[in-house]
Design a protein around this ligand. Structure first.
Ligand code: NAP
Length: 359
């Protein structure tokens, strides 16, 4: 799978979200013969939300990725993907959901596009990197170690969750960590919702959700927001947002048929608990970048995100190592921006390899 003439990979791409696959498509088309380490399918990764295909594989409809308006995707998907990777509803000949595209479908199509151009894939995790000398060395769990001239890191970030069993039960059935991805779904329209958190993400999610919801309760564990002043002002002045200060969600209420029907809020200052009826709960309590395996090897910021060292470029602190997508972006965190930076990283890597006389 991973052979090259010299035994040294031109470029290894670590990660398999939109950034990783876009980098793979561009690297493959530049004849770099890229190797993608797409992540391991393990229970630990499932629990953390770091399985192959990334965060999009955990969402439902994706309505904001350009090029997929609502329509009839059955024929397109069934002719684009090998049978073993087609969504169940094509194989079952079931009724096609009324959507443009789902996150898992989009990721399968990106993966297939990379395969079509010759990207090689191993389903494994990179556990350690040795970046102090070249060629770089990457260790995996099951496939030994690889040497690489250049590396593109696109391991993404994972949303933080409260960690409640009831929250886990209703994920994709009323519980979400992405208002932009899921907010417009019918189950949230003209309904009352809860957003948890007090930073810019939570306030932005709450404000965004008021476009669809009849009311948004913003639940924050303190009596002061962490969000920037302008965002705070916007939230406090929005008549559709009601603040629930000094509160935390202690249980998500609901049933299998309806999904979320409410939440029970606990007071963080010793007051009584109370229940509110809502059809959805959105988390805005931050993200954690998937950079544990990089600590001490590449410059990370105080939150663990890879630092891009050159303006408008994907270079990291290590010459020959590039980063793309949410692993280096705590700001936009969109599929389309991740894909865009995957393209940039591939072009940066290609030009760097050329300048080094390697390819
Ligand atoms: P953040 O600033 O770290 O805020 C996380 C919020 O979640 C905090 O209010 C925190 O409460 C709360 N929280 C954390 N763990 C919690 C838990 N277990 N239970 C309940 N609440 C919990 O993260 P963020 O809002 O995602 O923002 C990340 C960065 O992106 C920031 O630099 C932000 O400015 C930026 N950002 C910017 C924009 C924008 O400008 N449009 C939009 C989104 C994000 P405490 O306050 O009590 O710690």
């Amino acid at each position: 799978m991973a052979e090259t003439k010299t035994g040294i990979q031109n470029v290894v791409i670590v990660g398999s979200g939109p950034a990783g696959w876009t980098a793979a498509i561009y690297c493959a088309r530049a004849n770099l013969n890229p190797l993608v380490v797409e992540g391991a399918v393990t229970e630990e990764n499932r629990m953390k939300g770091t399985l192959p295909l990334g965060q999009l594989n955990l969402t439902t409809e994706v309505e904001n990725f350009p090029g997929f308006p609502s329509g009839h995707l059955r024929d397109y998907l069934s002719t684009s993907l090998p049978e073993e990777r087609q969504p169940y509803w094509i194989l079952d000949k079931g009724k096609q959901p009324a959507h443009g595209i789902t996150g898992p479908e989009l990721m399968e199509l990106m993966r297939q596009q990379a395969v079509n151009f010759g990207a090689r894939i191993i389903t494994d995790d990179v556990t350690h990197v040795h970046l102090t000398k070249r060629p770089f060395q990457l260790e995996t769990i099951e496939n030994g170690s690889f040497e690489a001239h250049a590396v593109i890191i696109a391991t993404g970030a994972r949303a933080n969750w409260l960690g409640l069993p009831s929250e886990e039960r209703f994920k994709n059935n009323g519980v979400s960590a992405c208002a932009v991805c899921d907010g417009a779904l019918p189950r949230f329209r003209n309904k009352e919702l809860v957003v948890v958190g007090g930073g810019d993400s939570a306030v932005e999610e709450a404000s965004y959700l008021t476009k669809f919801a009849s009311k948004v309760y913003l639940v924050h564990r303190r009596d002061k927001l962490r969000a920037s002043k302008i965002m705070e002002k916007r939230a406090l002045e929005n008549p559709k947002i009601e603040m629930c200060w000094n509160s935390g969600v202690e249980e998500v209420l609901g049933n299998d048929a309806e999904g979320v029907t409410g939440v029970r809020l606990a007071s963080t200052t010793g007051g009584p608990s109370r229940e509110i009826k809502v059809t959805g709960m959105f988390l805005g309590i931050g993200h954690t970048p998937n950079t544990d395996f990089l600590k001490g090897s590449v410059e990370l910021d105080e939150k663990g995100y890879i630092v891009w060292k050159k303006m408008m470029r994907t270079n990291t602190s290590i010459d020959g190592v590039f980063a793309a997508g949410d692993v280096a972006d705590n700001n936009y965190r969109q599929a389309v921006t991740a894909a865009g930076s995957g393209c940039q990283a591939a072009l940066d890597a290609e030009r760097w390899l050329a300048a080094e006389g390697i390819h």
